[in-house]
Design a protein around this ligand. Structure first.
Ligand code: NAD
Length: 362
């Protein structure tokens, strides 16, 4: 029996829209049928590349042909409005990160999603990386013992020309903030997926290396997670020449480090192994063994900090979304999951403004 392909339209054909197009084209279960952008040449160019229709707005795309799902790839502060329009037209939706720039917009969207009963996925493609999956599985199985701390470091560089490449970049209204909400959100999502929800933050943020943006290019935060564990975040687009993204988690029986999406260190004490006074002196690095299990090499060259080198990790997440729609289940990163890193980031902004700890409400 052949299952019909899910018919996708893409809204927004700038930097990330074409990655969605390639991801969809790489799936047996999906088909790209249309793209739309307010800049007609961008839509036309992407449509030509993929042999699909092109439109100048979501409204025209929705009335122009029969779609099952829409990928929202517009500037961040326009995500909820695009997604709501698509949901109300009866479509399932994939939304680029962040879900939107405010919790109010996210909550409005959640309300519409519940009322329509459609499926929505929020992009967090690195949840599907083999390294992330391996560490998540180890934590779920309790291989690291009692969790104690975790951190996310995103030490990147973005020049003024990057911010100038889109009028919305580096603005509160449409980017929603800077290094935290645009760049570090991926790592913040992974950190809280691995460690559990963040319940309190204390933070500083600054604009230290750019003149013509409104938002932070550097932020640091300390975190308390719901399970009592502690953490830190360093997020910057002011670290020339742009170094790695690193996620570290520790427990009293093991630790892992993910560098640029690759597992660079993993050690879990074996069953019955007694801890010695000073630990295992760094411990045997089991990363290679662990990744063999996932059919991948440990610590290869990372996809890294260059958005142009975005891998096809989107494909795995869109595959999960297609299966969720077909099976009538929630996608791995549904709206409630997509809201969590936004809530943490909003808490960090509030703490940086007020100078004190901020509780993160569910
Ligand atoms: N998951 C990732 O790794 C990743 C990487 C890059 C960007 N993103 C996210 O994707 C989103 C878009 O980022 P980008 O870098 O592609 O931005 P971009 O400015 O390059 O592209 C956005 C496009 O949307 C179009 N647009 C704006 N308003 C529109 C409307 N009302 N209708 C139709 N089209 C409209 C613009 O003309 C532009 O072509 C952002 O939210 C960003 O955070 C995610």
């Amino acid at each position: 029996m052949t299952v019909e392909k899910l018919r996708f339209g893409i809204l927004g054909c700038g930097v990330i829209g074409p990655h969605h197009a390639r991801a969809i084209s790489g799936l047996q279960s999906a088909e790209l049928v249309a793209v739309a952008d307010v800049v007609p040449e961008l839509a036309e160019e992407l449509a030509d590349e993929h042999g699909c229709s092109h439109y100048a707005s979501l409204e025209e795309m929705l009335s122009g042909l029969d779609l099952d799902a829409v990928c929202v790839c517009t500037p961040s502060g326009m995500h909820a409005e695009g997604a709501i329009e698509a949901l109300e037209a009866g479509k399932d939706v994939v939304i680029e990160k962040p879900v939107d720039v405010s919790l109010e917009a996210a909550d409005r969207l959640i309300e519409v999603q519940r009322a329509t009963g459609r499926r929505v996925a929020v992009v967090s493609q690195h949840r599907f990386d083999a390294a992330t999956q391996a560490v998540h599985e180890a934590l779920t199985k309790g291989e690291f013992g009692r969790l104690t701390s975790g951190s996310a470091d995103v030490r990147w560089w973005r020049s003024q020309s990057y911010y100038d490449s889109g009028g919305w970049r580096g603005t509160w209204e449409l980017d929603g903030g800077g290094a935290l909400i645009n760049q570090a959100i991926h790592s913040i999502d992974l950190l809280q997926w691995l460690m559990g929800p963040v319940v309190e933050v204390t933070a500083y943020a600054g604009l230290l290396a750019h003149e013509k943006i409104e938002v932070e290019d550097t932020a640091v935060a300390i975190l308390k997670f719901a399970n009592g564990t502690l953490g830190t975040i360093v997020a910057t687009t002011a670290a020339y020449p742009g170094l790695t993204t690193r996620i570290v988690v520790h427990g009293d029986r093991g630790s892992a480090i993910i560098d640029d999406d690759e597992l660079s260190y993993f050690h879990a004490a074996s069953e019955g192994q007694e801890g010695d006074a000073y630990g295992a002196g760094g411990g045997e690095n089991q990363a290679e063994q662990v990744m063999q299990h996932y059919g991948e090499a440990a610590s290869g060259p990372g996809a890294g900090a260059d958005p142009a080198s975005l891998s096809m990790a989107h494909r795995d997440q869109i595959q999960d979304f297609v299966e969720a729609v077909r099976e009538g289940r929630e996608p791995l990163v549904n709206l409630e999951e997509g809201r969590r890193p936004l809530a943490t980031i909003q808490g960090i902004y509030e703490s940086a403004r007020t100078g004190g700890p901020v509780r993160i409400e569910e």
